[in-house]
Design a protein around this ligand. Structure first.
Ligand SMILES: [Zn+2]
Length: 338
């Protein structure tokens, strides 16, 4: 994921063109404000955190590594055990860090019984090969463990699958675990999107024929920030010691109705990490779908440990995972406070 603004203008223009022929893109909400609250499965923050720790136990899941392969097999097995129809979408690709590498997007489909097309919830499961934002230059060639950048989003999705698989009173659900998100480099212009989001781009351009096309996409990325101050990396981006989920630029352009619905649900539920401040445009996995004409929203934080070797479970929190997981469960089950 990358925030570098100078590469964004061409995509902004392309998205404007897409939106001009897609006036329904903002009408992606599934629930009604007048609907009474319904019972819905409760997202378990501690189970979710265990999913985060389990991924980190493999080590950095960087392309070509044994940890990457081992985590892949665990993720597939986990989703199969949770009752999803699991598709392994395999492909090979080079990245700005080298290759070609073998990559796998993991896609699980959970039929629902509420009206509407499926919503795709996505996160990336790979990690960054180099901690190039680390304050210590000597550590910048170390791999990133990715407790927050990678594992937190996957943890939220696994716990949603865990809770949702036998409670089908919800919209059809696709859970997509993207490979090869985090190998981009600034000015790697020979790669689309500078080498970021390779897996989600492949999926968005090669949607499996076995499952219905998603009506909307919600990506979660870096949603696990804890409240422990990090004295080594500090708060270099002026950030605070708690998660802050601002609205993101491409999301607001692509799916303003869905952004408003998600943030409204979170506000009604008292999930204070969701704020209405407007973040800039971020190259992240949601953009892969927007570029294919599918409305998409990114729920993303910027922790101080981003792309440093301190992106470890120590700086993550079950409570942050819960705020995002509960919001998404309410969305999937159409739960709105009266
Ligand atoms: Zn990253």
């Amino acid at each position: 994921m990358r925030t570098c603004q100078r590469y964004l203008l061409p995509y902004a223009i392309l998205i404007a063109l897409l939106l001009s022929s897609c006036t329904s893109c903002s009408q992606t909400g599934g629930s009604q404000a007048t609907e009474p609250p319904l019972p819905y499965p409760q997202f378990d923050r501690h189970t979710a955190f265990a999913y985060l720790e389990k991924q980190c136990d493999f080590g950095p899941r960087i392309p070509g590594s044994q940890a990457h392969q081992d985590c892949l097999e665990w993720l597939v097995q986990e989703l199969e055990d949770l009752g999803g129809e699991v598709i392994r979408q395999e492909f090979s690709a080079s990245t700005p860090f080298g290759g070609p590498f073998e990559f796998t997007n993991i896609i699980a489909y959970f039929p629902g019984d509420k009206p509407g097309g499926p919503v795709l919830l996505g996160a990336h499961w790979d990690n960054r090969p180099e901690a190039d934002e680390d304050p210590n230059p000597a550590l910048r060639t170390q791999p990133v463990l990715g407790a927050n950048d990678g594992a937190s989003g996957i943890a939220v999705l696994l716990e949603i699958a865990h809770q949702a698989h036998d409670k089908t009173a919800r919209r059809p659900l696709i859970i997509a675990l993207f490979d090869a998100e985090d190998s981009g480099k600034s000015a790697a212009g020979q790669f689309p999107l500078d080498g970021w989001c390779i897996g989600s781009s492949y999926l968005a351009q090669n949607l499996p024929a076995e499952i219905p096309k998603p009506e909307a996409v919600i990506v979660v990325d870096m949603v696990g920030r804890g409240s422990i101050p990090n004295s080594r990396v500090g708060t270099p981006r002026g950030s605070k010691n708690y998660m802050e989920l601002q609205t993101e630029g491409y999301s607001r352009q692509s799916a303003p109705g869905l952004v408003d619905e998600i943030w409204s649900i979170a506000e009604e539920a008292g999930h204070t990490a969701f704020v209405r401040a407007r973040r800039g445009h971020i190259i992240d996995d949601h953009l892969s779908f927007i570029l294919q004409g599918i409305p998409a929203v990114d729920i993303i934080d910027f922790p101080p440990e981003w792309h440093t070797i301190d992106d470890t479970p120590e700086y993550c929190s079950p409570d942050s995972l819960y705020q995002v997981g509960d919001t998404l469960m309410r969305y999937l089950y159409g739960v709105r406070n009266p």
